[in-house]
Design a protein around this ligand. Structure first.
Ligand code: MN
Length: 213
């Protein structure tokens, strides 16, 4: 059996559901595990979610917008822009070990480019290679143009892109794009995709932890 690549959608502090999903797919240390980012904020425990991430030696994470925001704040010693209430709560939860967790997150790349898929947090501007995309677009982009069409409608590449960040859209399953944010923290589901078979597996959220914004 060839090694599996298992890519997880936005965790947002839902460590219990993440563990349930890891159990459901029977993840082992032979699998390559990847997070699309936004492991932190909004849900029950940023700390426990990061502890779980750190406990998985075969996990690779990329930055989501919430990690970028926390890192910016941490690096500027509280001068890095206003924090939303749930971002402040996440920082406070990390408490005296904040540096430890922030150093961990600080090592995450903006994207992961594998032969099987390109993994990004949010979106890509059309016609620009991934290494030239801005961090802002990689972690925030949802729509393009005044008609606000989803960015992936403009993506014509053959390479599979796997992303998160768009809970309102829910699962996106297209030939060349898979969106994995199925809104666990809002009480819906946490999802992952197993490559190369392209099988999507989800677990139900135990409850709604955050209001939809
Ligand atoms: Mn996000």
């Amino acid at each position: 059996m060839t090694a599996r690549i298992i890519i997880f959608g936005d965790i947002h502090g839902c460590h219990e559901e993440w563990q349930m999903l890891l159990n459901k797919v029977k993840a082992t240390d032979k699998d390559r595990l990847i997070s699309v980012g936004d492991i932190v904020c909004k849900g029950p425990s940023t700390k426990k979610s990061l502890d779980l991430a750190m406990s998985l030696p075969n996990l690779h994470c990329i930055l989501g917008n919430h990690e970028v925001h926390l890192l910016r704040h941490w690096k500027h010693r509280n001068g890095g822009g206003n924090l939303k209430e749930y971002q402040r709560a996440a920082m406070e939860e990390l408490g005296s070990r904040l540096d430890h967790y922030m150093r961990f997150i600080d090592g995450w790349p903006r994207y992961i480019d594998l032969p099987e898929a390109l993994i990004i947090h949010a979106g890509l501007r059309p016609g620009i290679p991934v290494e030239k995309q801005t961090l802002e677009d990689l972690v925030h982009l949802r729509t393009i143009g005044p008609e606000e069409r989803p960015w992936y409608e403009f993506y014509e590449g053959e390479k599979l892109i796997v992303h998160g960040h768009w809970a309102r859209q829910g699962l996106v399953v297209r030939e060349n794009v898979i969106g994995l944010d199925s809104g666990c923290v809002y009480g819906r589901e946490l999802s992952c995709i197993i490559l190369p078979e392209r099988k999507i597996i989800s677990v139900k959220a135990k409850k709604a932890y955050a209001p939809v914004n």
